[in-house]
Design a protein around this ligand. Structure first.
Ligand code: NAP
Length: 297
């Protein structure tokens, strides 16, 4: 079997177009220009790249983007003060503090300092609580991206066996909650799971969010299953430089799976599009308006 490639880049481009149209209408009809503030602390090269692409994308979908950079040595109090200023700023509807933060700063404290209404990353404990109790609220971007990509293949996820590898607060756990909302039967696997390959082979859909390059191989996958690869791992390339690979051995898995996301070009671009969607939704909510009508890509 040769898997269908789930083209996250193309799907994200369609979603972004719909968001850009809705943002333009929001500004024209209600005078609300959605605004996203991105905060970077330090000079982590990977974070610099992520932040640059997020700010560029914000402008491309007709939203206001603002960028704040603090030195790697910035004290925690300085970051908390900036977050509070952004919480109070009515032109800012979404706040994103790029992780990881330098060791002198407690990420948990910073995440909890972001006003839940502006928590477009969806990492605040209140946001997590709303999701796990099935109440409406912001949905974390990467898990939302994963669900959209899975639904690109399966009209309904109801009754499907979904295996989520990874139980982090930012990917694995919220993804499992979303899958439950979609009526999938969910297994969350982690580093202590016994016989992970056997667990994976049960999956009609396998989501890999592990952070281990190409760990999931073709023999872990049930023929015809859908595989969504969340991983972003930088590894040495043949030419002496480096390249990005996922948590899935793409070539091997593509021979067995029914559909698979590539890395890059799968979950990554959809995550950024979902960040834009969350910012737009947050702007509508803060203006007392109904959520935007967005065409499903
Ligand atoms: P994380 O916080 O490090 O969590 C990794 C999870 O994988 C943990 O639950 C861990 O289990 C589990 N794990 C580690 N080794 C394992 C093994 N050998 N077998 C089974 N499970 C194992 O990572 P994360 O933040 O969730 O990110 C996961 C990956 O997604 C990373 O590659 C990251 O770069 C990527 N990512 C991509 C996007 C995107 O936009 N595409 C966004 C976020 C993250 P324990 O809990 O038992 O330790």
């Amino acid at each position: 079997m040769t898997a269908t490639i789930i083209d996250g880049k193309a799907i994200a481009a369609r979603l972004s177009q719909s968001i850009a149209d809705a943002a333009k209408r929001l500004t024209a009809e209600h005078g609300v220009e959605p605004g996203l503030a991105v905060v970077l602390v330090g000079d982590n090269p990977a974070s610099e790249i992520y932040v640059r692409s997020k700010t560029a994308k914000t402008a491309a979908v007709n939203m206001r983007s603002s960028f704040y950079k603090l030195p790697a040595t910035a004290p925690e109090a300085e970051l908390l003060e900036l977050v509070e200023r952004l919480n109070q700023d009515p032109t800012v509807h979404g706040i994103l503090v790029q992780l990881p933060l330098p060791p002198q700063i407690d990420s948990r404290k910073v995440i909890e300092a972001i006003a839940p209404a502006k928590d477009v990353d969806g990492f605040h404990p209140l946001t997590a609580g709303l999701l796990s109790t099935g109440l409406p609220g912001i949905v974390p971007c990467t898990p939302l991206a994963c669900i959209m990509l899975a639904k690109h293949v399966h009209k309904s996820l109801a009754g499907l066996e979904a295996i989520v590898i990874g139980r982090s607060n930012i990917v694995g756990k919220p993804l499992a909650q979303l899958l439950l909302i979609e009526n999938a039967t969910v297994t969350i696997a982690h580093s202590k799971t016994r016989d992970l390959p056997e667990v994976c082979r049960r999956g009609d859909i396998v989501f890999a969010a592990v952070g281990r390059p190409e760990m999931v191989t073709g023999d872990w996958i049930k023929p015809g299953a859908t595989v969504i690869d969340v991983g972003i791992n930088r590894v040495p390339a043949e030419d002496g430089k480096s390249k990005i690979v996922g948590d899935v051995d793409y070539a091997g898995v593509a021979e067995v799976a029914g559909a698979v996301t590539p890395v890059p070009g799968g979950v990554g671009p959809m995550t950024i599009a979902c960040l834009m969607l969350n910012t737009l939704t947050a702007a509508c909510a803060q203006a007392g308006l109904a959520p935007p009508e967005i065409r499903t890509p």
